[in-house]
Design a protein around this ligand. Structure first.
Ligand SMILES: [Zn+2]
Ligand SMILES: [Zn+2]
Length: 281
């Protein structure tokens, strides 16, 4: 993993700094970036101790990834102790190759070895910029393209030729896997429909575009979670209409155990109804 490289004069050290609050890895610079645009955006926040940076090498010394199955052909990958936003990624395994859904800031040798044992990664797809994390490091470790929605292009902090921006409303990844743009939280906010998931009843891997809430019988739809900025009723209706044509019985949210285990389509419908009723008083 080439996150350290010498500058032109061979003296200054260029590093890919990682924002400690959102976990995003940046293009290499010879000193920490002045700002994190993702944290300065009203959907996130600057850490209470001020903007702070780390590097992948430092994370590798202080954190490890937990890798464990969550259902047949679906494996979770999450960093311990929790780092930044604390999401766990998901590896969807198919006979034709595996998709890494969402991403973590930490990637290390044990993680690469464990994922190779599971068949490696054919492609990476990410719901929205809060989980771009160290996507380029993951891409290089597995020689995998990264699919991001074109409407979120401005939020890529480490551009790379491996990133493929896809436009429009859906993108098929084959093997019954479909990226679906829902918008809402971000213009390009995407969920992954996995037709073979949940014992062939279908599963949505939703990041926090549809956010599985604590009672795990409902989801929520927010413009900002940390700053509690809701979405308009019309947008919530659009999100529900967008996923409705796809069969799904289960929703995997962005964190371990944030799962609507069954009857998830009805959960989305009752969640939207409750949310819109609250907005409209
Ligand atoms: Zn940040
Ligand atoms: Zn988010």
């Amino acid at each position: 993993m080439e996150h350290r490289q010498l500058g032109n004069k061979g003296t200054e050290i260029m590093l890919h700094y990682i924002c400690k609050t959102c976990g995003t890895q940046f293009a290499a610079t010879d000193r920490p970036p002045a700002h994190c645009p993702i944290c300065e955006d009203e959907r996130q926040y600057i850490g209470w101790e001020g903007q702070q940076w780390t590097t992948l090498e430092t994370l590798q010394q202080n954190y490890h990834n937990v890798i464990k199955p969550v259902e047949p052909n679906l494996t979770g990958i999450g960093t311990n102790p929790a780092f930044a936003i604390g999401q766990r990624a998901l590896l969807v395994q198919t006979a034709q190759g595996n998709i890494l859904w969402d991403c973590t800031s930490l990637i290390d040798e044990p993680t690469v070895a464990a994922v190779k044992d599971l068949g490696g990664i054919s492609a990476i797809a990410i719901s929205h910029p809060h989980y771009y994390a160290s996507m380029v490091e993951w891409s290089r470790a597995f020689d995998a393209p990264i699919y991001l929605h074109a409407d979120d292009r401005q939020w890529v902090m480490r551009p790379d030729p491996a990133i493929e921006f896809w436009p429009g409303e859906t993108k098929s990844l084959g093997q019954g896997l479909t990226l679906i743009r829902c918008g809402g939280h971000f213009a390009g906010g995407t969920v992954l429909h996995w037709a073979a998931g949940a014992e062939e009843k279908g599963a949505l891997l939703s990041g926090d575009i549809l956010q599985v809430v604590s009672d795990r019988r409902y989801v929520s739809f927010m413009y900002s979670y940390p700053n509690l900025i809701p979405l308009p009723a019309k947008t919530v209706q659009q999100i529900v209409a967008t996923v409705d044509p796809y069969p799904f019985d289960r929703i995997y949210g962005a964190w371990w155990d944030r799962v609507v285990k069954s009857d998830a389509k009805a959960a989305v419908a009752r969640s939207a109804k409750r949310y819109i009723a609250a907005l409209e008083g």
